[in-house]
Design a binder for this molecule. Structure first.
Ligand code: CU
Length: 193
């Protein structure tokens, strides 16, 4: 007995130490995968444009187009040029969502940020087509998801004001299409696996 007790004590002590070590190891693993999951669960998308503040704001009101990074250096597009290019079926490539296509895991949140100078929408559509401003549609018909413009609450809810961000969650598996209902050549295809 005199010999067994200390041995048992040693065994118990070792077991406690082992359990503690396992707990630490488990915690580390748990935290690590938590972080990995979190970054994997967010997919960033940016909306870009190079609106010319002078011509846009003259027509559409002060502050409609703002904070265009290199506008003063001539990198911006005037309002009339934007319409002319769209009508010629050569829409201005400065108006763009990036990336154009992406593949995400189910449960991933799309975080869409308007890094351009003017408002956009990020609207899910069944099939790509025209937005609600005829002059920018290059002859394409307005898709029903965009019809009515901002008087349609479903469209208004997808509006992305300059400098703001929106999240799209709970996308089902399969292919999803998003476009800007103002500038309908701004398009993104999301494949959810
Ligand atoms: Cu747009």
């Amino acid at each position: 007995m005199g010999i067994t007790m200390p041995k048992l004590g040693l065994v118990v002590g070792s077991l406690i130490l082992l359990a503690a070590t396992c707990a630490v190891a488990q915690n580390e693993t748990h935290n690590k995968s938590d972080n990995d999951d979190k970054s994997a669960r967010i997919a960033p998308i940016v909306a870009l444009d190079e609106c010319d503040p002078i011509t846009f704001n003259a027509a559409l009101g002060p502050d409609f187009c703002k904070n265009v990074a290199l506008g003063a250096l001539g990198f911006s597009t005037t309002l009339s040029d934007l319409f002319t290019k769209a009508a010629a079926k050569a829409p201005d490539p400065g108006w763009d969502f990036e990336p154009d296509t992406l593949t995400i895991k189910e449960g991933t949140t799309l975080v869409v940020t308007d890094q351009g100078g003017e408002p956009h929408t990020f609207t899910e559509v069944k099939k790509f087509g025209g937005g609600f401003i005829d002059g920018l549609n290059a002859g394409e018909q307005t898709v029903h998801e965009c019809s009515g413009g901002f008087s349609n609450v479903a469209v208004a809810k997808t509006r992305l004001i300059q400098g703001s961000q929106m999240e799209v969650t709970n996308l089902s598996k399969g292919e999803h299409h998003f476009e800007c209902c103002i500038h309908p050549w701004m398009r993104v295809t999301v494949e959810v696996k």
